[in-house]
Design a protein around this ligand. Structure first.
Ligand SMILES: [Zn+2]
Ligand SMILES: [Zn+2]
Length: 403
């Protein structure tokens, strides 16, 4: 069977083209459904884990899903018990720590271990602390105080909204922050060994969540120095604030910066650099951050403002998540079609026969996609990839069901 998209000869049983991932079954539909990174899901689906952690398979994704849910539960328990410093500390570092563990766990870059990402985390964290200190404490402290709506609903009405504070903290700061969040990922993505689009995304998410954690610490520092270990007032509102301004915020920062950094990497081999596509995606990331903060600050003046703010954050996050998925999916498919059309053997293709980490079917030699489920072999963890690329045919029994 010849692939109508790229002309590669495929076995009759193939449901997807091994070179370009074209779906044979739904001939007309192409592959609008199965997400190339997690084929059981749709491309346009608000699925967090397979988006920010593209190297997980269905099983390991479940482990991260549970870990995040349990950690979020712990944050809520600390908050409801009124132990705010603990709640804030754990909420701030929940997502970035899970992300560091993920990167360590998948061992993405074998010869450049987790220390690269740890450095990215430390450098971005230091820059974040500096920017946050300038905005929240050293220079614009009064504007920040004026902007805050007292917890417990002591809102002074929307007329009382200080415009200069709003512009500073909902427009200027998010743009400055987006630039700072891009420094580390752009530097790393321009190294030859991290030039894959998924590498760019991973660095972006890591930097964005690190930035969010340190910003949270600086912005909520008074809670740590108040000397008050336990609080009993406004705990319901604190729960919403902590979920939104710490957990959801960190995911928004991560995915937004991931989009910009992925555009910097570009889809082919080598990095694309500062192209119009990078600037467009950077602008998109910055605008989403501005919209998030404008929404959160303005809604705080409405009745049930903190709940509405949390909802708003989830909407922004959903838009970002779907954008990441469409971007990665299109890039993986387009790059594969291009390689196949030019009869170029992609560096990520399989060398020997191995097994698909997603559906455990055999992968054909020299394939970029699983012919059974359409999973891209680029989105597998290093451990699984090793097995795909190096597993001798006779070793089959031990290499199925990777990681
Ligand atoms: Zn094809
Ligand atoms: Zn498969």
């Amino acid at each position: 069977m010849r692939c109508p998209e790229c002309g590669t000869e495929n076995p009759e049983v193939a449901r997807f083209c091994l070179r370009c991932g074209h779906g044979f079954a739904a001939a007309a539909a192409g592959r609008s459904r199965g997400y190339a990174i997690q084929t059981a899901e749709n491309v346009r689906q608000f699925a967090l884990i397979s988006t920010i952690m593209p190297h997980t398979n269905r099983e390991s994704a479940d482990a991260y899903r549970w870990a995040l849910l349990l950690a979020a539960g712990a944050v809520i328990v600390f908050t409801v018990a009124g132990i705010l410093p603990m709640a804030i500390l754990s909420a701030a570092f929940l997502v970035p720590l899970a992300y560091l563990i993920y990167i360590y766990d998948i061992n993405l870059w074998e010869d450049a271990p987790a220390s690269v990402v740890a450095m990215l985390f430390v450098v971005t964290g230091a820059l974040s602390t500096l920017v946050s200190l300038v905005f929240f404490r050293w220079v614009f402290q009064d504007e920040f105080r004026g902007l805050l709506v007292g917890l417990g609903g002591r809102a002074g009405g929307i007329e009382a909204l200080p415009i200069s504070g709003l512009l500073l903290f909902a427009v200027v700061l998010p743009i400055v922050a987006e630039i700072v969040k891009n420094i580390g990922p752009v530097f790393l993505a321009s190294r030859p060994k991290f030039d894959d689009m998924i590498d760019g995304l991973t660095f972006g998410v890591a930097a964005g969540t690190a930035y969010a954690a340190f910003e949270t610490l600086v912005a909520f520092w008074p809670v740590f120095t108040s000397g008050q270990i336990r609080t009993t007032d406004g705990l319901a509102e604190w729960t919403l604030v902590i979920l939104n301004l710490m957990v959801v915020k960190s995911l928004i920062y991560g995915t937004a910066t991931g989009i910009a950094a992925a555009a910097f990497s570009g889809r082919g081999e080598g990095y694309d650099g500062f192209t119009p596509s990078y600037f467009a995606n950077f602008a998109f990331a910055a605008v989403m951050n501005v919209l998030y903060w404008l929404g959160v600050r303005l809604l705080a003046y409405a009745p049930f403002g903190q709940a509405l703010g949390l909802l708003w954050g989830v909407v922004i996050l959903a838009v970002l998540v779907i954008r990441v998925r469409v971007m990665l999916h299109t890039a993986l498919i387009e790059a594969a079609i291009e390689d196949a059309a030019n009869d170029r053997r992609a560096a990520y293709s399989t060398n020997e026969t191995g097994f698909c980490p997603e559906c455990e079917m055999q992968l054909l030699p020299d394939s970029a996609f699983c012919i059974a489920c359409g999973e891209s072999v680029r989105a597998t963890s290093a451990t699984a990839r090793h097995r795909i690329r190096e597993a001798p045919a006779g070793d089959a029994a031990t290499t199925g069901g990777a990681a």
